[in-house]
Design a protein around this ligand. Structure first.
Ligand code: ADP
Ligand code: MG
Length: 731
């Protein structure tokens, strides 16, 4: 078996970069080629159809059957001309990732057996009923009708992958509950648009719409596919469950922004060509901090579209990696001891008039608007810090948070010194000092001027989970394999709720005769005081911060099953129901899914760990031990007892260490298996997940520790599993 490892290493070393030929055209010429975007719509849809469809997307007008028929006809023509033979409703179930079931365009013209044609009606475009009974629903579909529906999301354009027209859709139950991420995301975007637009009217009555923007930074690892194939843990769980750190890893900091290895460079090029065809504006690519870790990021865009593009690129990344002899690891912590992978979500709000609401302005009015949004976001994050954490928490991400440059599992906000100074000054000044009217009755801000380009927006405090970076907030706690929608739903919802409250409070003050500016200042001052506990610019790893954060009342829970609970706390239910994003029933159902997923992930890992120990580690440790015993025996045959004892000391030391470690590993594994059996019998999903966290996962570390120590003493020739140095440095 170890020969397989050496063969894989040898093969990997010989691999050359796959030749990637650049498209003959400029990027701008083929960009969006496989997307049914505005440009294509102009060509394939009648003018009235396009206008009606635009109204549906921009004004939320209901889509009627006639319009759907017209769009479907144009879309079909476009797709057939590009060689598509199938279509699918592309949706985002709670399993993570995306789901699709392909149907061919063919249809009989009459009775079965009659000639066939390519058919695609408005009905097929608008709604489908996939046989979806095996997607997680948290019980929603078991108690009601078992049916689930997908419905077209006209705000995200259709695209063609290979031979299939993919139509982005929401996925809901027969009774209308969301079974996906897109449905609540669209609702949260509506909610934040409505609330933010109303607040904007204090400053500019001409604003009609506020957009939520997202720019994700996707981190990932690439591992040679031959080496990957010989690691059952990577294949089955996406992470290494055992493996000693290699002597060199990221301590020299020589990988970050270093020159990109040639095989990887070819991969990235290939990936970008594909991405551009789908209209994904990929902008940056570079090595990340850990060996064999990389990142790509597009130019930010409207959140719904950006989420879809991220899901699509993750699927493409996987596919293209295979073409280059790599396997893509999107797991949040594939390797212990080095950086894990995140997906920083750069988020901001902007108006239809082109103003970035998180960009410091040029005029006092704009700056007051900027501060209003920043302060409301601060308070929203403070009040809902547990919920925001729940939105990004999974079994995988739990391994990443709190170690190797990832933010800790406590949500705080980094503002930087300039914004902090402005808020301090505002808090301490009287409203009269803060706003002065000049001769022409123009407002003047007495508070510190906010420079347009902030000096400290080059924040490299990577331990902050939620950092202000000049014109946006960067939500860094998001995991690399996650659907960005999960965090974006919560963020947009809590901000929507907070802005609505702000508006209500300010309006009440205005109604009582206070000027608008003073009312806004008074409320902001209160908010700044109230949200102080969430602001933290220091080291998120320090023990002092954990103590301090707890003192400040921030959520410090680290157990995933308990963190998830934040969704169904009374305050969260009120919030989501108020702004019509989730019903209480949906929240409970989704938590059930999360607990079940958590349990299954740990269950699979526990089994794989058991297999690795029993089928790889212990047999080869025993084999090595036996060869040492042989040697000792022979020494005693040749030399007298005293000399033999001296000469065999090294061997006997290792023989004993192997026995001791095997015995620790085995006894812990047995306890783990017992604990798993007990946990499996527990009825409630939450209780089961808690048992898996407290009673099963807790044995992983001690088993791993002893296995990794064995790796250090056992003859390398016998070791069957590729080591960290091979997985991380061969490319
Ligand atoms: P970093 O310095 O954090 O590595 P990058 O330039 O790699 O930054 O990525 C930052 C991401 O943030 C990009 O996707 C970029 O388009 C996005 N971004 C920039 N400005 C905004 C904004 N106002 N709102 C949302 N995202 C933004
Ligand atoms: Mg960043």
């Amino acid at each position: 078996m170890s020969s397989l490892r050496f063969k894989a290493v040898e093969d990997a070393f010989k691999k050359k970069a796959v030749a990637v030929s650049a498209p003959a055209q400029l990027t701008s010429e083929y960009y969006g080629r496989d997307v049914f975007n505005k440009e294509q719509m102009i060509k394939y849809l009648a003018k009235e159809t396009l206008e009606a469809l635009t109204a549906v997307v921009e004004k939320g007008v209901t889509l009627d059957r006639d319009l759907a028929n017209h769009v479907a006809a144009g879309m079909k023509m476009w797709a057939l001309e590009r060689g598509a033979t199938h279509y699918t409703h592309w949706f985002q179930p709670l399993t993570g990732g995306t789901a699709e079931k392909h149907d061919s365009f063919i249809e009989y013209t009459g009775a079965p057996g009659s000639p066939i044609i390519e058919e695609f009606s408005g009905k097929l475009l608008a709604q489908q009923e996939p046989d979806a009974s095996s997607f997680p629903s948290g019980g929603i579909r078991n108690t009601f009708e078992a049916r689930g529906y997908t419905a077209w999301d006209p705000s995200s354009p259709a695209f063609i992958v290979d031979d299939t027209l993919c139509i982005p859709t929401v996925f809901i139950s027969y009774t209308g509950e969301a079974l996906d991420y897109k449905t609540p995301l669209l609702k949260s975007l509506n909610a934040v648009d409505k609330a933010a637009t109303e607040v904007c009217h204090y400053f500019d009555p001409s604003v009609k719409k506020v957009f939520s923007y997202l720019g994700w930074e996707q981190e990932y690892f690439l591992v040679d596919d031959g080496l990957y194939a010989t690691r059952p843990d990577l294949v089955m769980t996406g992470r290494t469950l055992i493996g000693h750190e290699s002597a060199k890893n990221q301590q020299l900091e020589d990988h970050y922004f270093g020159s990109i290895p040639t095989r990887v460079q070819a991969y990235m090029k290939d990936l970008e060509f594909e991405g551009y065809k789908y209209g994904i504006p990929l902008k940056t690519r570079h090595n990340e901090v850990a060996p064999n870790q990389f990142e790509l990021a597009p130019i930010f865009g409207e959140t719904n579209l950006s989420v879809d593009q991220n899901l699509l690129i993750m699927a493409i990344m996987k596919k293209i990696a295979r073409r280059h002899g790599f396997r893509l690891l999107l797991h949040e912590k594939p390797f212990a001891g080095i950086n894990g992978s995140g997906k920083h979500n750069n988020w901001s709000l902007g108006t239809d008039t082109g103003v970035g609401l998180l960009t410091p302005g040029k005029t006092p009015e704009e700056n007051l608007q900027f501060i209003t949004f920043v302060v409301n976001i601060l308070l929203a994050v403070y009040k809902n810090n547990a919920l925001l954490k729940a939105s990004i928490m999974t079994a995988q991400n739990a391994h990443r948070l709190g170690a190797n440059e990832a933010p800790p599992a406590i949500i705080s906000v980094f503002l930087g010194s300039q914004i902090t100074a402005v808020l301090d000054k505002l808090e301490k000044s009287s409203s009269e000092e803060a706003i002065q009217m000049d001769a022409k009755q123009r407002m003047k801000l007495g508070i510190a001027k906010i420079p347009e380009v902030l000096l400290d927006n080059t924040d490299r405090n990577r331990t902050s989970p939620f950092a202000f970076t000049g014109n946006r907030f960067e939500f860094r706690a998001v995991g690399s394999s996650a659907n960005c929608a999960s965090g974006m739903i919560v963020l947009n919802s809590i901000v929507a709720d907070q802005l609505a409250l702000f508006k209500k409070t300010v309006d009440a003050k205005i109604a009582s005769g206070i000027s608008k500016e003073k009312a806004i200042f008074d409320v902001l001052k209160e908010y700044i005081k109230a949200s102080k506990p969430i602001c933290f610019d220091g080291n998120g790893y320090s023990e002092e911060w954990k103590v301090e954060a707890a003192k400040r009342g921030l959520d410090c829970e680290t157990s995933v099953p308990l963190i998830i609970d934040a969704y169904t706390k009374a305050e969260s239910v009120r919030l989501f129901e108020n702004i019509n994003v989730f019903s209480e029933r949906e929240l409970h159902a989704r938590n059930e899914v999360q607990w079940e997923t958590y349990t299954k992930k740990i269950q699979i890992e526990a089994r794989v760990l058991g297999d690795l120990v029993m089928n790889h580690v212990i047999p080869l440790a025993t084999k090595y031990q036996s060869s040492l015993l042989d040697n000792v025996y022979k020494i005693y045959q040749v030399y007298d007892k005293e000399k033999a004892s001296k000469l065999s000391a090294h061997d006997t030391g290792i023989i004993e260490e192997i026995s001791e470690r095997i015995s620790i590993i085995k006894s812990n594994l047995e306890t783990l298996v017992e604990a798993r059996k007990v946990a499996n019998k527990i009825e409630g999903e939450k209780e089961k997940a808690i048992a898996y966290h407290d009673k099963v996962l807790s044995y992983f570390d001690v088993i791993r520790y002893n296995v990794d120590k064995l790796e250090l003493v056992i003859n390398d020739e016998l070791w069957t599993l590729p080591k960290y140095r091979e997985l991380l440095f061969i490319r």
